[in-house]
Design a protein around this ligand. Structure first.
Ligand code: ZN
Length: 341
């Protein structure tokens, strides 16, 4: 009951990449880089096991960024043709590469790293992929002429990748869709359709992570304008509840999203974020248990997974380690309290 997992990313050690940055440049190259990524992923797998994390992740040690780590391997994108685009519904401008031809995935992207992780842990293994809508909000279109059409093209590529990850022994495939909170109406229609396409034919567990975004100043400023109660999810949760994705990952620690919105997801397993990724303060196990316990008013223990609010990548390594231990210990406290320890 109440297994534990992470939303996805974990910090990279300072010998591998510049610390505490979202887009940190690598500090190694070629074979040395790959060996370094493996060494770091292995260390995180061991750490998660010891911290009591049941469904472990590679911590995204093999990619620089959660979206571009996938897109770098996709054909049809012109990385020299940079377009300035208002992203997250014009919340901020970004310089993004441009799709100039039909997109293609000539080779698997994350399958080798998934195989490496599978060979090195007996725990259940999660792998994250960027969601189709979030990809399309991170890249300009000069080919499809229609956002949903381009998103569906990426959903097909993601599905091919996901099938190969499943065949490599991955137990949970999670799509990250932080763009859902910026395009709530579109999320409810083609956003959800694209997720269904991305998981078509999979028999492993499937998840979607949504959040309000971290680590980008414009986003932090936007969140200050939202008031105390953030109810954007209300607009697409009913549609999300009807889609075929099995799990939904939400930020619940120090969150302004009312926990009662979880009631709109009765068909889903809910990954309750009990670790604040915007604070350097390490939660106590009691605080983690309290966040999870509060969510129990809206989701049964049988449908709850204890998780982090979002990726831990921007945090110092020691802080992330402390938070993982607190997550493992906090979930265990609650299990004991519920008589299932
Ligand atoms: Zn997130």
């Amino acid at each position: 009951m109440i297994p534990t997992t992470v939303a996805g990313s974990l910090p990279k050690p300072d010998w591998l990449a510049e610390p505490e940055k979202l887009w940190a440049p690598w500090r190694l190259e070629g074979d040395e880089l790959l060996e370094g990524q493996k060494k770091s992923a292995l260390a995180w797998l061991r750490f998660q096991e010891e911290a009591g994390i049941d469904i472990v992740s590679d911590g995204e040690q093999f990619r620089k960024h959660f979206v571009h780590g996938f897109l770098e391997h996709i054909e049809g994108i012109d990385w020299q043709r940079i377009t300035t685009m208002g992203i997250r519904n014009d919340r901020y401008d970004a310089q993004v590469p441009t799709v100039t031809q039909a997109v293609r995935r000539p080779l698997p992207v994350h399958v080798e790293s998934a195989k490496f992780c599978r060979a090195n842990t007996a725990n259940r293994l999660k792998f994250t992929l960027p969601g189709p809508m979030t990809i399309c909000d991170t890249i300009a279109d000069a080919y499809y002429g229609d956002r949903p059409k381009m998103a569906m093209a990426f959903a097909e590529l993601l599905n091919d990748e996901a099938r190969e990850l499943e065949a490599a022994g991955v137990d949970v495939i999670q799509f990250d869709e932080p763009a859902f909170n910026a395009f709530t109406k579109e999320a409810a229609t083609w956003g959800v359709d694209c997720l269904n396409r991305a998981i078509d034919g999979l028999s492993c567990t499937t998840a979607v992570h949504i959040c309000y975004g971290y680590g980008i100043q414009e986003n932090i400023d936007w969140k200050k304008t939202l008031g105390n109660e953030w109810r954007q999810y209300e607009e697409f949760f009913p549609a999300l509840n009807e889609c075929n994705i099995q799990q939904v990952s939400l930020e619940c620690a120090h969150s302004h999203v009312p926990l009662s919105l979880i009631s709109l997801l009765p068909n889903k397993v809910v990954l309750v974020g009990a670790i604040d990724v915007a604070s350097l303060e390490v939660e106590t196990p009691e605080e983690v248990a309290a966040t999870l316990r509060a969510a129990l008013d809206f989701v049964d223990a049988e449908r709850m997974v204890a998780c982090t609010n979002c990726g831990l990548a921007p945090l110092p390594v020691a802080v992330a380690e402390g938070k993982l231990k607190a997550l493992g210990a906090g979930a265990e406290l609650l299990r004991q309290e519920l008589g299932a320890g």
